[in-house]
Design a protein around this ligand. Structure first.
Ligand code: PLP
Length: 364
């Protein structure tokens, strides 16, 4: 089976971990600092703060921007549950906007419709590795005095107009094993704002600046030096990993676009897409339903993923919270998408297997 994701851990990561273990500093220490500095430099921001998950990064970033009970935060529903749950953790209200049919990212026109005097922040998600409409969203947010917390958990290294995802507003990254770079569990907050950085540093560590003196409610969201050592090695390899993803995606798109009913991903003007996921849409023209395609691909040894089969506003948890909105593009797209393997361990031969499988399924 060609897996949908595979972390690539090499001797550099092993060496880093062993050196962290032998150093005696195994919680947050010098390796975390080193990882943060390297990550901030890479994204092109003043500050980066490591935490122990992407979810923690989102929670901390929202708190640092003052998101509190009663506030509304606009975001897509077509994303991983963590994006919305981080808002619930602040006792604030996620407000779902629909997405664009081409990029799967938040639709700015629908964001405008969902704005109210209670809107405190917007969380664009750079879904599958392609930046959302950040120039337009930053302008809108500035005009309204609203914070922008970017969910860049799938977009390490992607850019829009030469600026990296995570450098527009306050960026949140995840280093879960399936992401473009991994630390095991892990996350990062990126920002140019000194105040957001200072607050984030406190919130991740029990609201303290000085050990055992607590100014505010915080958490233990710290990253360990063991994880940071893996992150340092992975960050060095990220550009190479992303290049492979992009090349694999180009190979697939060139061939799959000739098959009627398969819509390859659209990369919008001025953006680089890092293909955390390579996601096609299966439309009626294909002649077979999405779920049938998934099961036939599996029979032929092709692993796939559905991100996401059920939008957040239709999840049991959110229905219980009283959500009853209609998001037509989101709801349709959930039934059309299939993600195919393009991670750096996917070989040319694997890509050929994927393309042939599509042709055989179509013609069967
Ligand atoms: C992975 C992911 C997260 C959460 O990251 P964790 O490290 O798993 O907590 C949040 N949002 C999106 C879009 C993600 O893909």
């Amino acid at each position: 089976m060609i897996p949908i994701a595979k972390p690539l851990i090499g001797k550099e990561e092993v060496k880093g971990v062993v050196s962290a273990l032998k150093s005696g500093s195994i919680a947050q220490g010098p390796k975390v600092r080193e990882f943060e500095e390297a990550f901030a430099r890479y994204i092109g921001v003043k500050h980066a703060l490591a935490v122990n998950s992407g979810t923690a990064a989102l929670h901390v970033a929202l708190l640092a921007h003052g998101v509190s009970p009663g506030d509304e935060v606009i975001m897509p529903s077509f994303t991983f549950i963590a994006t919305a749950n981080s808002v619930l953790y602040c006792n604030a209200k996620p407000v779902f906007a629909d997405i664009r049919d081409d990029s799967f990212n938040i639709d700015i026109e629908d964001v405008k419709r969902k704005l109210t005097p209670k809107t405190k922040a917007i969380i664009p998600v750079h879904l599958y590795g392609q930046p959302a409409d950040m120039k337009e969203l930053m302008a809108l947010a500035a005009e309204r005095g609203i914070a922008v917390v970017e969910d860049a958990c799938q977009a390490h290294g992607s850019s829009y107009g030469g600026k990296k995802a995570g450098a527009f507003g306050t960026g949140c990254f995840s280093f879960y094993p399936t992401k473009n770079m991994a630390t095991g569990e892990g996350g990062m907050i990126t920002t140019d704002d000194d105040r957001v950085a200072e607050l984030s540093g406190m919130i991740r560590s029990h609201g303290s600046r000085k050990r055992y003196y607590h100014e505010m409610l915080g958490f233990n969201y710290r990253m360990t030096d063991i994880n940071a050592a893996i992150g340092i090695a992975q960050l060095d390899k990220l550009e190479g990993f992303n290049k492979k993803r992009v090349a694999n995606a180009a190979y697939l798109s060139k061939r799959l676009r000739r098959i009627k009913g398969v819509v390859p991903p659209v990369v919008l003007e001025g953006r680089t897409h890092v293909f955390h996921q390579y996601t096609v849409k299966i439309t009626g023209d294909f002649g077979k339903g999405r779920d049938e395609v998934v099961s036939k691909l599996s029979d032929k040894g092709v692993g796939t993923g559905i991100y996401y089969p059920l939008p957040i506003h239709q999840q049991e948890l959110y229905k219980k919270l009283g959500y009853n909105v209609s998001l037509p593009v989101t709801e349709r797209v959930c039934g059309e998408v299939i993600s195919l393997p393009v991670h750096p361990a996917v070989k040319k031969g694997d890509l050929k297997v994927i393309v042939d499988a599509f042709k055989e399924i179509k013609n069967a």
